[in-house]
Design a protein around this ligand. Structure first.
Ligand SMILES: C[S@@+](CC[C@H](N)C(=O)[O-])C[C@H]1O[C@@H](n2cnc3c(N)ncnc32)[C@H](O)[C@@H]1O
Length: 332
């Protein structure tokens, strides 16, 4: 797993990047900047197509022309050249005068075997089902309701049950994102040395594995389907409540709370979003939740602590680690 910078370094890096981008934008007429912003859908689809075709893997051994590349990845050479040329504008690849493309540091994140591979996430974001829900954002803004169910007639989880390929892709995408800050979450002093930690809706279990790896006497239980939650000393819900509205979040917490013995703890891992403070990641994933999930949202520490209190849990520590925060509730 790649080393994870501390939260202050993450914040400072993101703030500096925003400042530099704003300064660069100030050099241009606002119309030019706004036109560029409207091309986000193109960027998502270019990255998604390169990820889907495995272009980064094919370029890993050295520069190739689109003609050489096309037969390896099963693409039309001219269309591939045009897509890669557009990707070069954003620095995913470099194009030399002889028409050869080579991977950049950024483009390497789309390699399957990169430690911080974003290939599954890029493919998931470019899916038709994901894009169609994003295409209905305006209606979500009008109604305040999530787009996915309106567009596809099913919750994203029921959709995944009917589309196992997409479900596997989403699970791989979540695993990659979770593995990014799993070392920092696992290193936090929230986990006991012995007993049992239960990761509720814990995906493929990579965070649970990281938490128990350094603690030989700690047992892990992964719940990804209706099952028995009892017997744990500490319960973990990472990026679960943000998928749901307050009412359903309260039901999820109540179901977990009902199995918790007095003194046991529940740790929420979420990105924090204060109401009036834009955040470079959380403010975007907040809309991902609005379009894709069941009226989900990113929340502030205060809102998360209110949910804990509502479920009969005493709010405890809040600690930022990497891009996530750990918010604790204790059963009394
Ligand atoms: C956003 S993902 C988070 C996965 C993991 N905690 C992580 O952060 O990598 C939400 C997870 O909730 C699971 N999930 C949704 N509905 C569920 C249910 N009714 N019972 C158990 N798990 C469920 C999904 O399968 C998915 O893996």
């Amino acid at each position: 797993m790649p080393p994870v910078p501390p939260p202050l370094a993450v914040d400072a890096g993101l703030a500096l990047r925003r400042g530099l981008l704003r300064a660069a934008d100030a050099l241009l007429p606002p119309m030019a900047v706004m036109w560029d912003r409207t091309m986000g859908i193109e960027r998502t689809q270019v990255i998604g197509a390169l990820a889907e075709l495995g272009v980064a893997d094919a370029l890993d051994s050295g520069p190739l022309t689109a003609v050489e590349l096309a037969s390896r990845v099963g693409a039309d050479a001219d269309a591939l050249h045009r897509v890669l040329r557009a990707a070069a504008v954003d620095g995913l690849v470099r194009l030399d005068r002889r028409g050869r493309f080579r991977l950049t540091r950024l483009g390497r994140t789309l390699r399957s075997d990169d430690a911080a591979s974003l290939r599954p996430w890029a493919r998931y974001m470019a899916l038709r089902s994901t894009g169609a829900a994003w295409g209905d954002l305006t209606e979500s803004v009008r109604t305040g309701r999530s787009a996915f169910r309106r567009v596809h007639g099913a919750s994203v989880w029921d959709w995944f049950a009917e589309h196992p390929d997409e479900e596997r892709l989403f699970a791989a995408a979540m695993r990659a994102l979770t593995e990014f800050d799993a070392p920092a979450i696992a290193a936090a002093e929230f986990w006991p040395e012995r007993g049992t930690v239960c990761d509720v809706a814990g995906g493929t279990g990579s965070l649970l594995a990281a938490i128990i790896a350094e603690r030989p006497e700690l047992r892990g239980v992964l719940v990804e389907a209706p099952g028995v939650l009892a017997e744990a000393d500490v319960y973990l819900l990472k990026n679960v409540l943000h998928d749901w509205d307050d009412e359903t979040s309260a039901k999820i917490l109540a179901a977990v709370r009902a199995t918790m013995a007095p003194g046991t703890r529940l740790v929420l891992v979420e990105q924090l979003q204060e109401r009036n403070r834009p955040h470079p990641f959380a403010s975007l994933t907040d809309l991902q939740m609005l379009t894709q999930c069941e009226d989900g949202r990113e929340r502030s520490p205060h809102e998360l602590r209110d949910l804990l209190t509502g479920a009969g849990l005493r709010p405890g520590r809040v600690e930022r680690v990497s891009v996530s925060a750990l918010v604790e509730g204790v059963a009394s």
